[in-house]
Design a protein around this ligand. Structure first.
Ligand code: ATP
Length: 508
């Protein structure tokens, strides 16, 4: 069986070979943690955006879209807390000279303890068979209890240290847990320091009084500062939401794992404005709704995990991560946060402008509370390709790499392939392609043997191949080949469009 890290390497290589993702500025040896999306990648990314946008804006009457600028007034970032508190605690290993996020070192240590617990449970389940009572076992097994206590103690201590800004205690915890540098294997650590993740630049020339400007580290603030504009011009009543897709920038300390952690990335965020007191109810609603969105793509539930936050961000009163089982373990793909009135109240204070809602039912004015759903587009992309990549040995002993991308997201929906490059088959193929191209993103290909063309389409995840043969010229029928089962059926040309549309339609 392929090891997860080997599979991950293969996925990265496959993404490059088939035009999904290239390292940025590759001819100059690339730029750390920055990537470009190729012809197939750009299509897949657009399809993910489209699926998200439609699910949010088109299918919810009370959610509207927004496209705010990346540059914002510098006071925005003071009000939001990013200037003072958008920091990661960093620590260096003196021997390897490698830099780490202190919180990630501790979280990885906790994840190892969690793994031990899960191994214990799996072993016991095998031993006891049908009579196994998992809950009872978890509650009474002494080794599990001991590890659970260790995890709780670490989490409590870590949260307390961060909340009190006691970075020396974070370092002490790393030392006590005997965490070693994965590269040098040593415990020779520097002190822990805070590092602000925002990129900054100057706007305007110095002559005319340049001002410090930031590249936005999240799209959410563009929504908050436009809350009143949208509410008034859209004549929106609470509860309502504003959705936005856009670039965000973070000077990540440790940028690893391909497109999982980038310095320039894209977010799909929705801020849902509610009456104070109703935020918990809406938080639960969006938690469920977002899980449904993920599962509608056909990825099994076992690949997702819900992680409730121990340490809440300065703006939240409840927060949860939806985690996906990437090749390197379960990691955050989306955050759902109950942000209270923190942001709107802060902008109201810093700008001196009222950001209140007049409630016609109660005749009161108040600052709404906010529930946020925030998903990384690139992480979603990585989840899709990681899950889709399969190496298969077929019945005849040959091998194929197939990308089981959910058909609705696939870069190319239909490949039109004349069986041979003669006898009028290419002309008929072109004719079919020219009618289908208005409904679907299609590709026409007539080079190489048909088997090789099928493999190329499998490798980019094209769900349907239409093959034009001599019979097509006689009775206007073609074969339609389905990517995953490789089953082929004969259908009339005029039915291709409706059959494919039916099969790729998705309702979250
Ligand atoms: P992490 O803990 O992994 O750094 P975060 O909690 O800082 O993530 P949020 O601020 O909640 O992330 O951002 C919302 C979403 O944006 C995340 O769920 C993730 O999908 C995405 N995201 C955040 N940082 C990055 C990044 N550097 N590269 C790619 N996607 C990111």
């Amino acid at each position: 069986m392929t090891k997860p890290e080997d599979k991950f390497k293969k996925i990265i290589a496959h993404c490059k070979e088939y035009g999904f993702i290239f390292p940025s500025s590759e001819i100059y040896d690339g730029l750390s943690a920055v990537y470009d999306y190729g012809h197939n990648g750009a299509e897949l990314k657009n399809n993910i955006k489209d699926y998200w946008w439609k699910s949010m804006v088109q299918y919810h009457e009370n959610i509207v879209g927004l496209d705010a600028a990346i540059f914002m007034h510098p006071s925005v970032w003071k009000a939001s807390g990013h200037v003072d508190a958008f920091n990661d605690p960093l620590i260096d290993n003196k021997d390897s000279k490698k830099r780490y996020r202190a919180d990630v070192l501790i979280e990885d240590h906790v994840a190892k303890l969690e793994e031990k617990i899960e191994k214990e449970v799996t072993k016991a389940a095998k031993r006891f068979g049908d009579s196994f009572d998992e809950q009872m076992f978890r509650e009474t097994n002494p080794r599990i209890q001991a590890n659970r206590k260790k995890i709780d103690d670490i989490n409590k201590r870590f949260v307390a240290a961060l909340e009190a800004d006691r970075l020396d205690d974070v370092k002490a915890l790393i030392e006590e847990l005997e965490i070693v540098c994965p590269v040098s294997g040593s415990r020779n650590w520097t002190d822990v320091r805070q590092f602000n993740l925002m990129f900054s630049s100057q706007m305007g020339s110095t002559g005319e009084g340049a001002s410090l400007i930031y590249l936005r580290p999240e799209t959410a603030q563009g929504i908050f500062v436009n809350y009143l504009n949208v509410q008034k011009t859209g004549r929106k009543k609470l509860p309502f939401g504003i959705a936005q897709i856009g670039k965000a920038f973070r000077n990540e300390i440790v940028a690893r794992q391909f497109i999982f952690r980038m310095r320039e990335f894209e977010q799909m965020e929705m801020q849902f404005f509610v009456k104070p007191g109703q935020e918990k109810e809406w938080y639960e609603y969006w938690k469920e709704e977002r899980m449904r969105w993920h599962l509608a793509l056909g990825i099994p539930e076992s690949q997702f995990r819900i992680h409730e936050h121990e340490k809440l961000a300065h703006y939240a009163n409840a927060a949860v991560d939806i985690e996906f089982n990437f090749s390197f373990g379960f990691r955050e793909i989306e955050g759902i946060h109950s942000r209270t009135d923190f942001d709107l109240a802060a902008h109201q204070k810093h700008s001196g402008k009222k950001l209140q809602y007049f409630d016609p039912e109660t005749n009161e004015s108040y600052v709404p509370y906010v529930v946020e759903t925030s998903i990384g587009l690139d992480r979603m992309f990585l989840a899709i390709v990681s899950h889709a990549y399969k190496e298969e040995t077929l019945e005849d002993g040959s091998e194929r790499v197939v990308m089981n991308i959910p058909p609705t997201l696939a870069p190319i929906k239909i490949a039109v392939l004349p069986l041979m490059k003669k006898d009028g088959l290419p002309e008929k193929g072109r004719e079919i392609f020219d009618t289908l191209k208005y409904d679907f993103h299609c590709q026409y290909e007539d080079k190489d043997a048909i088997g090789r063309r099928y493999r190329r389409q499998d490798a980019i995840g094209t769900p349907y191949c239409i093959t034009v043969d001599h019979q097509t010229l006689e009775d206007n029928t073609v074969t339609i080949r389905e990517r995953d089962s490789m089953q082929q059926d004969r259908i009339p040309v005029e039915k291709i469009s409706s059959i494919v549309a039916d099969r790729i339609r998705l309702r979250p």
